[in-house]
Ligand binder design. Sequence first.
Ligand code: HT7
Ligand code: ZN
Length: 855
Amino acid sequence: PAIIRRSDYRAPDWLVPDLALDFDLDAAHTRVHATLSVARNGAHGRPLRLDGDGLVPLLVRVDGQELTPEGWSMEGGALIIPLTGDAHSVETLVDIAPASNSKLMGLYASGGLLCTQCEAEGFRRITFFPDRPDVLSRYHVRMTADKALYPVLLSNGDPVGQGEGADGRHWAEWRDPFPKPCYLFALVAGDLACNADSFVTMSGREVRLGIWVCEADLPRTAHAMKALKDSMAWDERVYGREYDLDVFNIVAVADFNFGAMENKGLNIFNSRYILADPETATDMDYDGVEGVVAHEYFHNWSGNRVTCRDWFQLSLKEGFTVFRDQNFSADMGSHAVKRIEDVRILRAAQFQEDAGPLAHPIRPESYMEISNFYTSTVYNKGAEIIRMMALMLGPERFRAGADLYFDRHDGQAATCEDFVRAMEEGGAIDLTQFRRWYEQAGTPRVAARLAHDPVTGAATLTLAQAVPPTPGQPDKQPMVIPLRTALFDPATGSHSGEQLLMLTQAEQSFTFEGFAQSPLLSINRGFSSPVIIESERSQADLAFLSAHDDDPFARYEAMQQLMVNVLVGTVAGQPVDESTVIAAIRQTATNPALDPAFIAEAIRLPAEAYLGDQMAMVDPDAIHAARDALQQRIGVELEPLWRDIHARTQANGFALSPAAKGARALRNVALTYLVASGAEDGPAIAFTQFDRADNMTERQSALATLASGRSNEREAALDIFYHRYSDDPLVLDKWFQTQALAFHPDTVDLVEELGRHKAFTLSNPNRVRALYGAFAANQWAFHHASGKGYRLVADCIMALDRLNPQTAARLAPPLGRWKRFDASRAAMMRAELERILAQPGLSKDVTEQASKSLE
Ligand code: HT7
Ligand code: ZN
């Protein structure tokens, strides 16, 4: 497949200021009649090129005259029309088949609905058009459809007309006054019910809000509606950004390749990020709904009003919007817990990406298939880069930079460089060296050494940074790394103020005066930079910080590092002292001043995959054994504490308050340790929680605890859960996922069986991710020494590629981590990648991921 390069960018030859689309909708055959007003962009003689993917032109007209077949030609899927003047009206007619669109890109059917997904390059599957984000058009959309099957017809912008047609058909027209790129086009047709509400904007305009779902799901939309209104108010308060249309609609669909899509005025969501009630959604699901609703809403400014010039600039909208949604969620709940969760996600997904064959900068230089670049690097690391700028500037100057960016580029297709320049000018800062974060891939490592002179009382902190080589980038330049740092004086147990240290050189020293004893280092507080800190802090120092650091993230980090040291030491066969960890857990778990939600995060053992990331060579079996043993030891040593926490966090009725959520989180951690202790009544206690819970958070957590054990209660609980929820696809996903994530020696065989279960289907991406996506994240099971896990995932990728290449390609990266495993596993992983690549007709999505993964 061809490689697209950032350096090849050229402004469009033709612009399309206006576009009229007329849809005659039907699941089997939809007719799309498009009328484009086209305008030559600059002095050139090149023809009009309209992208198309799988389209056949049934009619081509220029200025009202039908062209003969000699008047146009096809190149790949694109329609090429030579034009003589500088402005023309061009019409095309195509026939598409939504019901047989299994890729879920373009116009497709989901349940009884017809809906669209156009980002990144799906619009070319609907009609011929210059499918690139720097061509902005005003849209006028007319839809005609069978009224009984599709009583609701929605598109972008505001509704401007509707009426009845012949033969039980009806029509609706929508007009979007804001010029937009075609990736933001959307339509939905179906039998939908509406949760209708309204929001009065800061200038006093009333906006009609609608969340559209099937009738039965209406009671599960309240949380999403609240999140939408909170988001609208937050964007006004924090960024001064007001919503701009008279209506804002959201539609939930069951089959969706991603989380959601920010189409102008008509967001389309994966139903898992809209529907929530206590019986079916966990607290994490509720938070997911809130975060994704906010994310898509915030795109109205960071993405829609100011869009991307080309797809290499994706992080311009995604990194910034993730940063905005993270801050919104922090403001809605706990800043400390949100930061811990975000860093956990970054480390689990992005650090792994940065350390492997698919590593790329947040602004990539080239791609084969753009869908493969909707990555944790572009999204989550992109957000960290914005966060560092916000930290260096402070809130007022950052806001000034953001205001300048939005005002200067409103209505434009912008670049990452435009954003950085606005921050420089609005925030009065020089970001010349900082730009390297956009250019260099790889997670910087910062070695921190603290030396103390008892005579002068000076402490010298020496920091040395190194960015590891990544594909295509063997040599790296030093980054700008802002590190929030404090030195704790053991004499007082406190520090005399945090400092922001700016590490800009390969090696740099910072001196602090006034320490009679060697201080304790608290560094990268709040995770101020997305780097790996290597510091030789003793277990005693970490225990002190875990109990006394006033930065909650640093406190959490000290706890995690304590545990990592013990577990990595155990795997390496070194003598370890578990008692410090156990004492620190006791100290944290019994500290009444701490938020239970924070305690739950701090006392949980690091994930097996994270432990693997700390080692040059990952030994999945040894890691599992070490973690399991430590979990058991903690369970046994602190058994009364776990019983006490589990009993006292039992709620009297369900609430969604931060306090109630924190109590549930802590209760679930306590249950895990209690069961891990091997106490005879552990499985029975878990089963009772599973059985009596009035909410999914406690029920699923108890199920997960049982699924990782071998008790009789395991089968019973899985069976009950399945029968209770077999009609609810989102909850059934949890049944598949819980088993795929289980720490059970038979997980790999079970997943194979589940792949043949009657409720399993490759046509629903949520179901595929629940089973195979979760399984590939279960380090111990996926890396089963037999290689069965690799084969299972490869088989799934090959079968799915024929239906939905985008979702198939997202399953490939775990196979690409072969360099980190022993020779036997590495050979088996490579063999599966080669087997995938040998499959005839493989998509470019999977070809790109699998071929890069072998390098
Ligand atoms: N901007 C949206 C990206 C998206 C997407 C990308 C590829 C294929 C399908 C997709 N659906 C949505 C989502 C977002 O970041 O807000
Ligand atoms: Zn986004």
